[in-house]
Ligand binder design. Sequence first.
Ligand code: NDP
Length: 454
Amino acid sequence: MNYDYDLFVIGAGSGGVRASRIASQLGAKVAVAEDRYLGGTCVNVGCVPKKLFVYSSEYAKSFKDAAGFGWAVGETKFQWDTLRDNKTAEIERLNGIYGNILENAGVELINGHASIVDPHTVKVGEKNYTAKYILVAVGGWPRKPSFPGGEHTIDSNDVFYLKDFPEKVLVQGGGYIAVEFAGIFNGLGCDTELLYRGPLFLRGFDEEIRRFVSSEVEKSGVNLSFNTDIEKIDKRDDGKLDVQLNNGETRTVDAVFSAVGRVPKTEGLGLENTAVQFNKTGEILVNENFQTDEPSIYALGDVVGRKTLTPVALAEGMALARHLFRGDDVTLSYKNIATAVFCQPNIATLGVTEEEAQATGKPYAIFSSEFKPLKNTVSGSEQRTLMKLIVDKESDKVIGAHMAGPDAGEIIQGLAIAVKAGATKQDFDETIGIHPTSAEEYVTMRESAREGNV
Ligand code: NDP
């Protein structure tokens, strides 16, 4: 049968663009439909603008630290409009680059909302397109809070385009987005309180790191309220929000930023016209080759939710294109994927946590170092750093590395290569450090802090 395209991709985010480009370069005829913005969440309302905001928020500490180094900085003033608009200009530049990537690769871009009519047909506007394979790479969307007045909250789509910057904000949630934005709001001068429903935020991260970060985040000026959640919000005539908490307390704030997870964006895609199946949290079910229960339809990235991270979607897109159009096996490993949380201090994490090492029942050793970085001696900053390695005692292999401190992501990325290559603690010990850096601690931790399952 003749189709209009070999591959029709729905969604021009990280995974969709990568799959389209590689497929086209491998000789496939490819179209990609997008109804919002090129580059998806990461480029438009995620990683990239968030990191720009993080950079901006870190100036507050730098201005303060500068005095100890002899600088009289003078009066400083944060201007939200400047940050927001400069960020938007940069994002628009990146949108253009994504357009060029598709054009140069020979991928046809179709602007509009796509819905699947049957296993080989996609409709955009009034037009039907047929394809041998359809790839659903539509990503995710912020979960809406369910309490009364939830419509008065802002989420990670809104926060990048606010007209006015709040003076006082409540952040709801204890995951990546909530913790990162608590740091951003605080650094940009906003009176910030983070509410998390559980006893300690960042569930799933190494517990020692979570406790350490909680104390450092508090030191940086964010008020943390754990075991606390929102019951309802009332909006006043003057725009302020009266927030009722589940512990009987109330707050009056300018904004409530809700970051209670993300959900796959599968509504209105016509998937009911296919045999595609979902798991109980709404992610599309796929096999190891990203194929859904409808053989001609594939899905990857956040809509599948194996690891909702941009570099994972990129790797999945590449692997699928090579599988479909070059016959490669998909051999993607989800083990030892390093990630970072860009809060203050930054967290980066790789491999198993101490709790996971404990749960394996196999003997392990913990090496750790907590210290005040050199820069914070003269600056007078109280911010400290924690670095930690987890070693499998039988093989001597490093199976986990965690850090909370400046540039944690930059440091752990390097360690991720060593760990992927199977480095042992002895390899770390025989590596000569770069002095004076914080990173050198990773090659100078000689005595284990404790051992488990021995
Ligand atoms: P997460 O899943 O990381 O965190 C969601 C948070 O919301 C958790 O603390 C969760 O609590 C809480 N929560 C969930 N439901 C409710 C509810 N009904 N009421 C109150 N609290 C609730 O989601 P995020 O939105 O922060 O981020 C989504 C994903 O995006 C991340 O998991 C990550 O994969 C990715 N991301 C990565 C970043 C990076 O690499 N730096 C940055 C931002 C996002 P509990 O723990 O108790 O379930």
